[in-house]
Design a protein around this ligand. Structure first.
Ligand SMILES: [Zn+2]
Length: 147
């Protein structure tokens, strides 16, 4: 499922307190609107209602699309400085889904692509979607000249 909630933050520039809507997870199969918002740059974006200051809210974001078997995770680059963060990966960079979850982890979530840039997250999702489309077209193509 998609996980999002309202939070109160202070503008880093003018300290004005305001409510923002933050997402920690987007399920694109159940919530295509969440995908659209991500592609429009509307996810975890802070715009101050008082001074107009804009920035990305540095929060981890899991994107998954069970139907297309895509799973990608954005982490703020600062995360790398923390041992708790590094502890979630093996030395090959593989994200370790720990025993903390008590449900059966779907296979596509066992191979999570990790990125440290929101634009890269979007590009990677596009890449995976294009691959799916490309292979579908090729496998259904009846025209031998295309092979
Ligand atoms: Zn402000």
């Amino acid at each position: 499922m998609s996980i999002h909630e309202n939070r109160t933050v202070n503008c880093p520039k003018c300290q004005q307190e305001q409510n923002i809507h933050v997402w920690s997870s987007i399920n694109a199969t159940l919530n295509p609107e969440g995908r659209n918002r991500l592609f429009d740059g509307q996810i975890n974006r802070f715009t101050c209602g008082k001074c107009g200051y804009e920035s990305l809210i540095p929060l981890p974001l899991l994107y998954h699309d069970p139907q297309r078997q895509i799973a990608a995770h954005y982490f703020p680059p600062e995360s790398m400085k923390k041992a708790e963060f590094l502890d979630q990966f093996d030395s090959q960079g593989k994200f370790l889904v720990t025993g903390e979850v008590d449900f059966e982890v779907p296979e596509h979530l066992l191979d999570i692509h990790v990125v440290f840039d929101m634009n890269e997250l979007i590009r990677y999702i596009l890449f995976r979607e294009m691959l799916i489309e490309f292979h579908q077209q090729n496998s259904t193509s009846a025209d031998p000249s295309l092979n």
